[in-house]
Design a protein around this ligand. Structure first.
Ligand code: A3P
Length: 318
């Protein structure tokens, strides 16, 4: 074999530095933090799904924290006594991102634990095509809950989040320029990106397998939380009493609400030992349309055009 062929075989994955802060590399069409490569590979090859697993999937900043809290509170609403674990643990510590923390003791322990109250609740940001083959081939039984969000609000939420966790990647006290954030979002070169291919993968799968893949939009949850949480609970096999008897739905919504979680001591001043970032960084405003306060008309137009192009023909609107 000539040197050209050999080079092809050993070519390392493409790499970039995201926001002057973290190295990311492209694997199977999506970008990941380079330092999580080993953990991600282990998750993809070694994870053993169970038929009663619930896997929350999302692109970062689309409502993961909210949906994890909702699923947790729905699944455990019968067995909750006085102790509410979310008062002690941030949802991202309780349900760690599998491809990031797969090799940690906590996740290894969580994965083998016999679950109480109906199945393991798990979470990943991996695109559908990058999920462990065992998950994609697991057939009926194990469930995926996917949440997504308007791309411009996702981008703005991401801008706030990464500015906080990377501590001003532009240097000094300045935030990273929004132009740069728009560029990385639109080019797709960002952790777990590209956004559009990510969301379309789950959307298509939810159309093929609606009983196994539940597709949820952040905006729908905000607009009519009771309706969508009722649908989610039915999908999870834990339906609420009929409409009109709303006490339990309201309780789950309150327990999972931004207002409540944000004010808990654990989410105020604690830097998570597991994620190494302040728990507070997962909670901000939760407002639909907040992008209007941050994007110029030109930036918004650029994202809108890309959204139209990428979602054309899919039947999905965001
Ligand atoms: P904003 O930055 O627009 O406020 P993720 O959980 O995927 O990281 O997404 C974070 C976004 O969800 C943030 O949006 C955050 O404020 C919002 N969020 C976090 N917890 C929430 C909750 N319980 N209810 C509604 N929104 C929530």
């Amino acid at each position: 074999m000539g040197s050209e062929g050999t080079n092809k075989l050993v070519a390392p994955p493409p790499k970039e530095v995201f926001w002057n802060a973290r190295e990311i590399c492209q694997i199977d069409g999506f970008w990941f933090y380079a330092d999580f490569k080993e953990s991600m590979a282990a998750f993809r090859s070694d994870f053993q799904p169970r038929s009663d697993d619930v896997l929350v999937t999302s692109f970062p900043k689309t409502g993961t924290t909210w949906v994890m809290a909702l699923c947790h509170n729905i699944l455990h609403r019968d067995d909750r006594v006085e102790d509410d674990v979310l008062t002690r643990m941030n949802p991202h510590e309780l349900i760690p991102t599998l491809e990031v923390f797969f090799l940690t003791d906590q996740v290894q322990k969580d994965l083998v634990l016999e679950s109480s109250g109906g199945g393991r609740l798990l979470q990943t940001h991996l695109a559908y095509t990058c999920l462990p083959e065992a998950v994609k081939n697991s057939g009926r039984g194990s469930k995926i809950v996917h949440v997504t969000r308007n791309p411009k609000d996702t981008l703005v939420s991401m801008w706030h989040f990464y500015n906080k966790v990377f501590e001003c990647p532009a240097g000094g006290t300045s935030p990273f320029p929004m132009e740069g954030a728009v560029e990385s979002f639109c080019s797709g070169v960002l952790p777990w990106g590209p956004f559009y291919e990510h969301v379309v993968g789950y959307w298509e799968e939810s159309k093929k397998r609606p009983d196994d893949v539940f597709f949820l939009k952040y905006e729908d949850l905000c607009r009519d939380p009771k309706e969508h949480v009722r649908k989610l609970a039915s999908f999870l096999g834990k339906p609420f009493p009929p409409v009109g008897d709303d006490e339990e739905v309201e309780k789950v919504l309150w327990l999972s609400s931004l207002g409540r979680l944000k004010e808990l001591e654990v989410n105020k001043n604690v830097v998570s030992k597991l994620t190494q970032i302040p728990n507070s960084s997962f909670f901000r405003k939760g407002t639909v349309g907040d992008w209007k306060n941050y994007l110029t008309p030109q930036m918004a137009e650029r994202v809108d055009q890309l959204t139209q192009l990428k979602l054309h023909g899919t039947g999905l609107s965001l």
